[in-house]
Write a protein that binds this ligand. Structure first.
Ligand SMILES: CC(C)(COP(=O)(O)OP(=O)(O)OC[C@H]1O[C@@H](n2cnc3c(N)ncnc32)[C@H](O)[C@@H]1OP(=O)(O)O)[C@@H](O)C(=O)NCCC(=O)NCCS
Length: 227
């Protein structure tokens, strides 16, 4: 008689509590514009978050879910405590890992691991944005690499998905540099920038991780340095 528990062990990694791997600080990886690290979002991020988000409206709005109110209203300093509280509550339930990206200690963007579903799927999605003043320097790729390594180890996830509009060349490039597989097209998937938009679905499972992880691969390829 096969031991059913042993057979399924791969699908049920032993993890403590209902929010393994959270809270966490990740990094550092050094890229040309500075030292990239991740930490949980903070209540005190409001002023820096609002400043970047309002300045970068035209850079961010074409890729983000539609919502009521103007961009400026939705990204005022006063909006942050409510958003932060929702993110913190999702993190406490084990449903999300809301990371702030910092470069040399300053807020530069977010990586959100959301819709965390534990057994039997062990899956989640990843989303991200980064201050346009430092785009193209490898910050987001480094940050997402660190987060994914963490999700596939300490958090114990098996599959991470990312959906992206086919027009978003920079985001697709981030995913391709990290080895995501393109799985297909989700038709009229998400209401973004005022209309239901098609999205490409990309995914990565733990079996596809390079030996040593994604951050190590970026270092080996000369795209980042440790520390
Ligand atoms: C997508 C985004 C997070 C990328 O951040 P970033 O820090 O510039 O990312 P990286 O520097 O790590 O990598 C970007 C890559 O895209 C490339 N790129 C930039 N614009 C591109 C375009 N229009 N088409 C194809 N590639 C492009 C860059 O050259 C770079 O590749 P390289 O390292 O091979 O030169 C950032 O542009 C952003 O915040 N966009 C708005 C929000 C968003 O789109 N979020 C994702 C929603 S799915």
């Amino acid at each position: 008689m096969p031991d059913r528990a042993a057979e399924m062990a791969h699908a049920y990694p032993a993890r403590g509590g209902r929010r393994p791997g959270w809270p966490a600080r990740l990094g550092a990886l050094r890229v040309i514009v500075g030292r990239v690290e991740l930490r949980p979002v903070r209540l005190l991020d409001g002023a820096a978050w609002s400043k970047i988000r309002i300045r970068d409206e035209y850079h961010l709005a074409p890729w983000e879910p539609s919502a009521p109110g103007t961009w400026a209203q939705r990204h005022s300093v006063a909006e942050w405590p409510g958003r932060w509280a929702m993110l913190r509550s999702a993190a406490r339930r084990g449903a999300a890992l809301p990371f702030a990206i910092t470069v040399d200690g300053r807020l530069a963007g977010h990586v959100l691991v959301g819709n965390v579903v534990r057994e039997p799927l062990l899956s989640a999605y990843v989303g991200y944005w980064c201050d346009s003043r430092i785009n193209g320097a490898g910050v987001t790729t480094a940050a997402v690499a660190l987060v994914l390594d963490h999700c596939f180890t300490a958090v114990g996830l098996h599959r991470i998905e990312a959906t992206v509009r086919p027009e978003n060349g920079a985001s697709m490039r981030v995913l391709e540099k990290l080895g995501f597989r393109r799985e297909g097209l989700f038709t009229r998937y998400l209401d973004v920038d005022g209309a239901w938009r098609d999205h490409l679905c990309y995914a990565l499972t733990v079996e596809e991780l390079p030996a040593g992880g994604l951050a190590a691969q970026l270092v080996a390829r000369g795209r980042a340095e440790r520390g």
